[in-house]
Design a protein around this ligand. Structure first.
Ligand code: PMP
Length: 399
């Protein structure tokens, strides 16, 4: 298998245009010279890893850079190996800081597959396990996938705030530690919270002294058209921001950036052996250079706008399509039926386009190309997806 730009050649010898990016990881695409050369330089030093027991220069540099990018005053960073481990870290810190195991999460959320991350995963498709280390209460977020709109309307937001406030007001001797929220719910099918919704939830949380954890594992590093997904709302100031996915150009790296007193609240020593080693942090610094130099958040905004417009126009009138949803280059096409979504995804693959499958109802084709995608590739990808949906519709009608 090999890859270059937005194209991968599979072990089947065929080439594919990649609009899934290894589940939103390959922000820059494949074989990016700046990242490859940085990783090769690091490998030539002979040091891949020494652990965080001794200071790692590239880790310190990366932490300082992420602290600045986070917009959080006097921020501190902790590195992990995955999104799940980063979510787990945020939950550990928030519950310790507030001395309470009560956490509020959103109904269609996905936060990972460890004991704690799964506990705050509201999406019923993923929340299979019955036992949990936390007391989790779920509050409304977006309308169900088969509802009328892509995002919550004014009344639904107001209802969500009042449900959240009811939870925050209950049991004063066992306060809520935190609300954890994705600004755009990726696994649920790229469903954004409504304008002002996260800000309204954040105000309710803050007025009760609880913390706001923004899970930016899918929405971070520019994918939604801004550096962070929460920046689509004014005045959202996360206490803890969770990141992972595309930071290190495909190498494993996640982490939490947050307010110093929360980040430093653990009474015991705490370490992630692999978290932020030389190789992954060097790759991350090179990746951030490219994102900043090419202003890829802005590119995600314009390319996302083009892609969404082409999909909306092309899919209008195609049977079985509900809508196109998402933000920037975190997009999905929602179908009436999960079987149609699966058929379209497979038809896309046959036609040389990689897309994903997801959605709370399993009915979404997920579309998240690298942020470096060209206009030409956007057009090609959109044409292929539309043709695949038309083919699936024809098949549906004749069967
Ligand atoms: N949070 C969100 C919002 C995610 O989308 C994911 C992964 N899809 C995770 C956490 C977990 O990340 P990982 O798979 O790297 O553990």
């Amino acid at each position: 298998m090999s890859g270059s730009g937005r194209t991968v050649r599979g072990s089947d010898g065929r080439t594919y245009l990649d609009f899934y990016s290894g589940i939103a990881v390959n922000l820059l695409g494949y074989d990016v010279p700046e990242v490859r050369e940085a990783v090769e330089r690091q490998l030539r030093t002979g040091v891949v890893h020494t652990s965080t027991f001794y200071l790692i220069a590239s880790q310190v540099e990366l932490a300082e850079r992420i602290a600045r990018l986070s917009g959080i005053d006097d921020a501190v960073v902790f590195f992990t190996c995955s999104g799940t481990e980063a979510v787990e870290t945020a939950l550990l810190l928030a519950t310790e800081h507030r001395r309470s195991g009560r956490v509020v999460a959103l109904r269609h959320s996905y936060h990972g597959r460890s004991f704690g991350a799964l506990a705050v995963t509201g999406d019923h498709r993923w929340h299979g396990a019955g036992r949990t280390p936390l007391r989790v209460e779920l509050v409304p977020d977006v309308p169900p996938q088969d509802g009328p709109g892509e995002v919550a309307d004014e009344h639904q937001v107001a209802h969500g705030v009042s449900e959240l406030t009811r939870v925050l007001d209950s049991e004063p001797d066992r306060p809520v530690a935190a609300l954890i929220a994705e600004p755009v719910q990726g696994v649920a099918g790229a469903v954004p919270l409504a304008d002002g919704q996260l800000a309204a939830y954040a105000r309710a949380v803050r007025s009760h002294g609880a913390l706001l954890i923004c899970d930016e594992v899918q929405t971070g590093w520019g994918r939604t058209g801004r550096w962070w997904g929460h920046q689509w709302d004014d005045d959202v100031r996360p206490d803890l921001l969770v990141f992972a996915k595309g930071l290190a150009g495909g190498l494993t790296l996640g982490g939490v950036v947050g307010r110093r007193e929360v980040m430093n609240c653990l009474p015991m020593p705490s370490i992630s052996t692999f978290g932020g080693n030389q190789l992954s942090t060097t790759a991350a610094l090179a990746t951030l250079d490219v994102i900043e130099d090419r202003d890829l958040p802005a590119r995600a905004h314009t390319a996302g706008h083009l892609l969404r417009g082409l999909l909306e126009t092309g899919l209008a009138g195609v049977g079985g399509v509900r809508r196109v949803q998402g933000r920037g280059l975190l997009l999905a096409v929602a179908f009436q039926d999960p079987a149609t979504a699966a058929a379209v995804q497979e038809e896309c693959r046959t036609r040389g386009l990689l897309v994903g499958l997801g959605g709370s109802a399993g009915n979404c084709v997920r579309v998240m190309p690298p942020l470096t995608v060209t206009d030409d590739e956007v057009r090609r990808g959109a044409e292929t997806l539309v043709a695949a949906a038309q083919a699936a519709d024809r098949l549906e009608r004749t069967s």
